[in-house]
Design a protein around this ligand. Structure first.
Ligand code: NDP
Ligand code: HSE
Length: 438
């Protein structure tokens, strides 16, 4: 049988990695897919740029729409990124009856509902394993491997750049900006790296994970997003002293009232495996009612780890080329007409434990006032550290861990504490999760 002809849009980090993996492992891939998979056409912005891959034998163009419209091409691999041109190209590919593979989480999280609807109407597949957690086959694991479970919650380190920055800062005392530059040079960061450090990229990925875990439509606009730029070395050290690590987590949980969908720095017990996931590595912890906790670990970004997921999708698409569209695995794991309308909860309604740090005047009675405010909101304290001032003129740092409470109550308590004359400046609040079986 003739090889399947693939059109590649983008020859950057992931595009280049995809060409290399497809070439190097051509024989193994063909034995798995039942046919060879050949990149025959590719598009990039600047064809004179040096590439990490050999493009000999590939028809190159600076016009990606020409690749999408070429009747010879059966599958389009979109690796340009963003949701402008990439959206037009994917929509046109679907309209042309071509299957699509993409690593573009922004596109899927924001426009996936319409894209999957169009794909279903045309009987084509849109595969997006590489969009979440780089090389970890997390989409397949949740969508297929855990299909017998009611998923209760999932929590993940799902941005490689952010985890790389936090790890280098904690372990080597490196400067934030300097580590971010290295992550960009290594090809880990998004075209706009604020997507990585402000949690937007993680929120795109979490939106996708929540949809396939809970069978809800993609609702990126309802996700709560908080980045890592305000984490201080003091907070990292105090957390460690209390037996915790600070990780930038995406968390989604099914509750009686709706679905939590939130990305923020989080204290987690240092004994959890996920607390020890460092550098560009990602990990996703998924709790199913039947299987219990399962943990998926691997490289979250980079050329070949991401290409691994892109190529796996290509193999899936090639295997399905001759199958009846009605009998394929649904894009969002659940049948399109069986999605649930469970609402996404507002942050005020989520419930979690908290780490609080405040600067207090070194005088009697301050702690009593703070604990009275917390008690008034039904918040109990699990641990407390008070760091004595270096000299008599400075404040004391007070660090508290609280039990679980509704976020709205914590917001009110923090506002009242910050209004006390003996508390100086803003109260730092970092949410905490036990990530245990409950
Ligand atoms: P790069 O910036 O490295 O590559 C983007 C490619 O798209 C480049 O080859 C660029 O051409 C090409 N391109 C951009 N605009 C045009 C245009 N108008 N016409 C033709 N070609 C164009 O990005 P990545 O490879 O890092 O990311 C690609 C996608 O994969 C994104 O959606 C990203 O979020 C996702 N992703 C990235 C991961 C990573 O580790 N980097 C991991 C997982 C997902 P040229 O090279 O000539 O500029
Ligand atoms: N910028 C992303 C990250 C790429 O660092 O995780 C992988 O999706």
């Amino acid at each position: 049988m003739k090889p399947v002809k693939v059109g590649l849009l983008g020859l950057g980090t992931v595009g280049g990695g995809t060409v290399n993996v497809l070439k190097r492992n051509a024989e193994e891939i063909s034995r798995r897919a039942g046919r060879g998979i050949e990149i025959t056409h590719a598009a990039a912005r600047d064809l004179s740029r040096p590439r990490i891959c050999d493009t000999a034998g590939i028809k190159l163009t600076t016009h990606p729409m020409d690749v999408v419209n070429d009747p010879e091409v059966e599958i389009i691999v979109e690796l340009i990124g963003g949701d402008g041109l990439a959206k037009e190209l994917v929509e046109k590919a679907i309209a042309n009856g071509k299957h699509v593979v993409t690593a573009n989480k922004a596109l899927i999280a924001k426009h996936g509902n319409e894209i999957f609807q169009a794909a279903q109407a045309k009987g084509v597949m849109v595969a997006f394993e590489a969009a979440v957690a780089g090389g970890i086959p997390i989409i397949k694991a949740i969508r297929e491997g855990l299909a017998g479970n009611e998923i209760q919650w999932l929590a993940g380190i799902i941005n490689g750049t952010g985890n790389f920055i936090l790890t280098e800062m904690k372990d080597k005392g490196r400067d934030f900006v300097d580590v971010l530059k290295e992550a960009q040079a290594l090809g880990y960061a998004e075209a706009d790296p604020t997507f990585d450090v402000e949690g937007i990229d993680a929120a795109h990925k979490l939106t996708i994970l929540a949809s396939i875990a809970f069978g809800i439509p993609l609702q990126f606009d309802a996700a709560y997003t908080e980045g890592i730029t305000k984490i201080t070395r003091d907070d990292v050290n105090y957390a460690e002293a209390l037996g915790y690590r600070i990780k930038h987590l995406g968390i989604s949980r099914r509750t009686d009232k709706g679905i939590e969908l939130r990305v923020h720095p989080t204290l987690i017990p240092e004994r959890r495996l996920i607390a020890n996931v460092d550098g560009v590595m990602n990990a996703v912890l998924v709790m199913g009612d039947a299987v219990g906790p399962t943990l998926y670990y691997g490289a979250g970004a980079g050329a070949e780890p991401t290409a691994s997921a892109v190529v796996a999708d290509l193999v899936d698409v090639v295997r399905a080329l001759t199958s009846d569209p009605e009998n394929r695995v649904p894009h969002l794991a659940f049948q399109a007409d069986a999605l649930s309308d469970l609402p996404i909860l507002k942050m005020d309604d989520i419930e979690t434990a908290y780490y609080l740090r405040m600067q207090a005047a070194d005088e009697p009675g301050v702690m009593a006032k703070v604990t009275t405010i917390l008690g008034g909101q039904g918040i109990s304290i699990e641990a407390l550290i008070q760091k004595e001032p270096v000299d008599k003129s400075t404040d004391v740092s007070v660090i508290m861990l609280t039990h679980r409470v509704q976020e709205a109550r914590m917001n009110q308590a923090i506002a009242s504490i910050e209004a006390l004359p003996s508390i100086h400046g803003a109260v730092t609040r970092i949410r905490m999760e036990a990530l245990d079986a409950n």
